[in-house]
Design a protein around this ligand. Structure first.
Ligand SMILES: [Zn+2]
Length: 284
């Protein structure tokens, strides 16, 4: 997203009503445990509240890109992204069977200079063409990005970041500039979801998404060593201009090394997968 678009979108949300915040606060659930890793997470927003807010925020982001003709609906790239996502989501659903009911989506957004991808609650994801084209991603590397984003969705990281957004006053600032009090209740939560997607993931979240992502990708038949290769490409592209992906996906220097270690651990899963018939789960 360019900052111009982002602020336009946020502006629209500034007209949200106070009712939104009451509803959001009623959704408060306190601390909870990561459904996949068991880590304790700050959860002021329930996963269901995050899913419904994310769905609204996602529609908002896609509508604005669609108006500019930037949503890629039927190219070779979209087909390639979906084919990978369908294989990886089929594995994600095995970790958390209830996510089979999610309306999984992955949009390809035309943005040659945007090296980014994101995931919102409930499996609403997007990838920008910049990261695919500029890094000349192979299917195995692209699968690592998609699996990493799927892992964020699977681990409720959106709800956690929405909680951080609320707790850190960002949302309260939006509340302070609220004008119109008649907006739909969920709109305020959608603002928190939009803010969450722009907040950097914590290193803990990144480590979780790396670990779960590389395993999901291996089980879906994608080469584990592609994860470290991807980060090497990202670092090389960095140079003068830092890829946006790195601003929302902070990486310690040890990341490539950690990914290489993980790759060795999940290699048997990959070898088993490529000898099997790989299931798919529908992704829009
Ligand atoms: Zn990440």
């Amino acid at each position: 997203m360019t900052s111009g678009n982002r602020f336009e979108t946020l502006d629209r949300y500034r007209r949200l009503g106070w009712v939104a915040w009451v509803v959001l606060i009623l959704a408060v659930t306190g601390c909870s445990t990561n459904p996949v890793t068991g880590r304790s997470q700050l959860m002021l927003v329930s996963e269901n509240a995050a899913i419904s807010a994310s769905s609204q925020a996602y529609t908002e982001v896609l509508d604005s890109a669609r108006k500019e003709g930037r949503v890629d609906a039927d190219s070779r790239t979209k087909a390639r992204v979906n084919a990978i996502a369908e294989r990886v989501v089929a594995q994600a659903v095995r970790y958390r069977p209830e996510t089979a009911d999610w309306d999984w989506q992955i949009a390809v957004i035309e943005a040659p200079d945007n090296l980014n991808a994101f995931a919102m609650a409930g499996g609403k994801m997007a990838i920008y063409t910049g990261i695919i084209d500029k890094l000349s991603l192979t299917d195995d590397e692209l699968a690592q990005i998609i699996a990493h984003e799927i892992a964020h969705a699977l681990s409720s990281h959106s709800a956690e970041k929405m909680s951080v957004a609320l707790a850190s006053n960002l949302a309260l600032t939006a509340y302070a500039v609220t004008g119109d009090r008649n907006e739909l209740a969920v709109t305020g939560a959608a603002l928190a979801a939009l803010m969450a997607v722009q907040l950097p993931n914590s290193r803990q979240m990144e480590a979780e998404a790396d670990r779960i992502g590389i395993e999901l990708a291996a089980r879906a038949g994608y080469r584990p060593e592609a994860a470290a290769q991807l980060w090497a490409k990202m670092a090389a592209e960095g140079g003068a201009r830092q890829p946006v992906f790195l601003s929302t996906h902070p990486a310690p220097a040890s990341r490539q090394r950690d990914l290489q270690t993980l790759a060795v651990q999940v290699q048997p899963l990959y070898e088993q997968a490529i000898r099997s018939r790989l299931p798919r789960h529908p992704v829009r």
